[in-house]
Design a binder for this molecule. Structure first.
Ligand SMILES: [Ca+2]
Ligand SMILES: [Ca+2]
Length: 168
């Protein structure tokens, strides 16, 4: 009996098969599994922001306009993080089409992704904070094109993320 490989994956008695793209053979189980070194991008797709900020004030009292929401995404590993910010979208239901931060499957399942959401305020010393939180992603949720929405937190009624396979 030979050791299972990516080209011929299977254990004693099982049919050996070739593992698909971005999967490798787990020698202990003889099953094709996602390559821990494959790279994935975590993007913020859309959100819903509360009408008032966490202090109970309007977001932009000066002109009584909607918040200008941008998302800063920080992917693991913490020793060499990948940080990406979206452009600001002025809306209580902002949407973004830019790609977020990228990390390997191994790092994403081992360490959390940090998310900080701001209302961009160019004429004041600091931006209004919308929400700040971390997400620990599970292997099952890291699959191409899948979207997931988090529960309300701070001044976010919801935020939806998408995970996509990065160019490898
Ligand atoms: Ca503001
Ligand atoms: Ca505004």
């Amino acid at each position: 009996m030979t050791t299972p490989t990516t080209n011929a994956c299977g254990l004693n008695g099982d049919l050996c098969k070739q593992c698909g793209q971005n999967t490798v053979c787990d020698a202990s189980t003889g099953q094709c599994v996602r390559n821990p070194q494959s790279k994935w991008t975590v993007s913020a797709v859309r959100a819903e922001v509360t009408p008032l900020d966490t202090n109970g004030s309007g977001w932009d009292i000066g002109d009584d306009s909607a918040p200008d929401v941008f998302v800063s995404l920080l992917c693991p590993p913490s020793s060499a993080p990948n940080a990406i910010s979206t452009p600001a979208a002025e809306s209580y239901a902002p949407e973004w089409t830019t790609l977020g931060c990228t990390a390997t499957l191994h790092d994403l399942t081992k360490e959390s992704v940090q998310i900080v959401v701001f209302d961009y305020d160019p004429f004041t010393p600091s931006n209004d904070l919308v929400a700040s939180f971390t997400m620990q992603l599970k292997d099952e949720i890291i699959s191409d094109q899948r979207e997931f929405t988090i529960a309300p937190t701070q001044a976010l009624k919801s935020m939806t993320f998408r995970i996509t396979l990065a160019e490898n």
